[in-house]
Write a protein that binds this ligand. Structure first.
Ligand SMILES: *[C@@H]1O[C@H](CO)[C@@H](O)[C@H](O)[C@H]1NC(C)=O
Ligand SMILES: *[C@@H]1O[C@H](CO)[C@@H](O)[C@H](O)[C@H]1NC(C)=O
Length: 384
C-alpha cells in the first residue's frame, strides 16, 4: 500500500508539536508544584507546629501529632539545629541541679520532720495483691510510686518475678480464688513479718495510697488493740466490712487473731473458696471481736475511697439513683467538693499512668509562695 508522503509528513509534524507541547506543559506543572511546595509547605509544617516551636520538645510533639510516615520524614529533615548555649546564659539552677548527681527534684520541706518521725513510729507492712499479667504494668507502677513509702512492701502473686520480687502463692489465677489468696497472703505475712511491723495493709495493684496520711491516722491507735480500718461498707456484716479496692489495714492484734484463731477454724472464717474476699474477712474479723474502725477525719470526711478521685469529687452519681455505692457506704457522706479529707489516704481504680500523675501532683508540684500550716500530731486515743 502506497502512503501519501504529504500525509506522513503532516503526521510527523503533528507528533512533533504534541511532543513539544507536553514537554512545555510538563515544565509548567513541575514549576507550579515547586511553587506550591515552596509557598505552602512551611504553612503545613506550621500546622503541626502548634506553637511549641519555642520549646525543645517541639520536634517530638510534631511527630506525635503528624503520625503519617511521609510527614514524619519531612519533619525529620527539619530537626532543629542544636546550638551550644554560652556559659553565661545557663540558668544557675541548672548548674546546681547538675551537681545533685541524678536527683532531679529536691524540695527542702521534703526533708520531712514529722513524716520521718512517724515512719519510725508507725511501722507499716503493705502487701499488694497482684497477678502475673499485671506485674509489668500495674504492679511496677505501684512499686515505683507509693509503695516505697511503706516500711515494707510485698507483692503477692501466683508466679515468681525476680524483677518485682514477688511472693508466689501456690494458687490458681482468678477471682474465684481471691479468698484463698487473701488468707494465704496474711498467713505468709504473719509467719515472716509479725514481729517487725505494727500495721498490715492489704492493697490492690490499682490502689493508690498516701502512706504519710495512713500513718497519721494510725498514730492515734494502739496496734495491740483489735481493730481494722478502711472504706467501710454496710451490707453482709453487722459492724460493716472494708472495701478491698480502697485498701484496708489490720492492727497487729487483728492480724494475730485472724491468722492464729480465725483462718484454721470454720467457726470463725469460711474454709471454702470465695471471690467476695473483703466480705469474708469482714465476717471473720467480726466474729473475732476485731472492731471495724471509722477512718473518717475530724470533719466527718472520708479518707479511704473505692473509686478514682474524679468520681468522688466531680462526676457524682445521683444519690436517688441505682448506683450500688450509696447503698453500700456505711457513713452518710457526700460526693463533690466536700467529699474527701485533706488527709485522704487512698483511692482505687488508679491506672499506672494516673499513678505517676498522682505522684507528681501530690509530692512534686508545689505552688510557689504558699506555706502549709504547722503540722501537729493528734493525741493518741489512750491519752484522751
Ligand atoms: C501561635 O501563636 C501566635 C502568636 O504567638 C497566635 O497568633 C496563633 O494563634 C497561635 N497559633 C496556634 C495554633 O495556637
Ligand atoms: C468475742 O467476744 C465475746 C463476747 O464478749 C466472747 O464471748 C468471745 O469469746 C470473744 N471471741 C474472741 C475470739 O475473742
Amino acid at each position: 500500500m502506497m502512503l501519501n508522503p504529504n500525509k506522513v509528513n503532516y503526521n510527523r509534524k503533528l507528533a512533533k508539536i504534541t511532543r513539544k507541547n507536553s514537554v512545555f506543559i510538563g515544565i509548567l506543572m513541575f514549576g507550579m508544584i515547586i511553587l506550591l511546595v515552596v509557598f505552602f509547605a512551611p504553612a503545613g509544617v506550621q500546622l503541626f507546629n502548634m506553637n511549641y516551636s519555642h520549646d525543645a520538645n517541639a520536634y517530638d510533639h510534631r511527630i506525635v501529632i503528624a503520625g503519617d510516615q511521609a510527614i514524619l520524614r519531612e519533619l525529620k529533615a527539619e530537626e532543629p539545629e542544636i546550638v551550644e548555649v554560652p556559659e553565661e546564659y545557663i540558668n544557675p539552677v541548672d548548674r546546681i541541679m547538675s551537681d545533685l548527681n541524678g536527683v532531679i527534684r529536691k524540695y527542702p520541706h521534703h526533708n520531712k520532720g514529722l513524716a520521718d518521725t512517724l515512719y519510725n513510729e508507725v511501722k507499716i507492712l503493705c502487701w499488694v495483691n497482684t497477678w502475673p499479667s499485671n506485674h509489668k504494668t500495674r504492679a511496677k507502677a505501684v512499686k515505683e510510686t507509693w509503695a516505697k513509702r511503706c516500711n515494707k512492701v510485698l507483692f503477692i502473686s501466683t508466679k515468681e518475678d525476680p524483677e518485682l520480687d514477688t511472693v508466689a502463692l501456690p494458687l490458681k489465677d482468678g477471682r474465684q480464688y481471691l479468698w484463698s489468696k487473701i488468707r494465704g497472703a496474711f498467713t505468709y505475712v504473719y509467719k515472716n513479718y509479725f514481729d517487725e511491723y505494727d500495721w498490715f495493709v492489704r492493697a490492690d495493684d490499682d490502689t493508690y495510697m498516701i502512706v504519710e496520711n495512713l500513718r497519721y491516722m494510725l498514730y492515734q491507735y494502739d496496734p495491740m488493740s483489735p481493730i481494722h480500718l478502711g472504706c467501710k461498707f454496710k451490707p453482709f456484716v453487722k459492724q460493716g466490712y472494708m472495701s478491698g479496692g480502697a485498701g484496708y489495714v489490720l492492727s497487729k492484734e487483728a492480724l494475730r487473731r485472724f491468722v492464729e484463731i480465725g483462718i484454721p477454724d470454720p467457726k470463725y472464717c469460711k474454709q471454702e473458696e470465695d471471690e467476695m474476699d473483703d466480705v469474708e474477712i469482714g465476717k471473720c474479723l467480726e466474729k473475732l471481736n476485731v472492731t471495724a474502725g471509722d477512718s473518717r477525719d475530724w470533719n466527718g470526711r472520708g479518707r479511704m475511697f473505692p473509686f478514682i478521685p474524679e468520681q468522688h469529687l466531680v462526676t457524682v452519681s445521683p444519690k436517688d439513683g441505682d448506683f450500688w455505692y450509696w447503698k453500700y457506704v456505711f457513713y452518710p457522706t457526700d460526693d463533690g467538693r466536700n467529699c474527701c479529707s485533706d488527709r485522704t489516704i487512698s483511692f482505687h481504680y488508679i491506672s499506672p499512668q494516673f499513678m505517676y500523675t498522682m505522684e507528681f501532683l501530690i509530692y512534686e508540684l508545689k505552688p510557689f509562695g504558699l506555706k502549709d500550716d504547722e503540722d501537729v500530731l493528734p493525741k493518741k486515743y489512750d491519752e484522751l
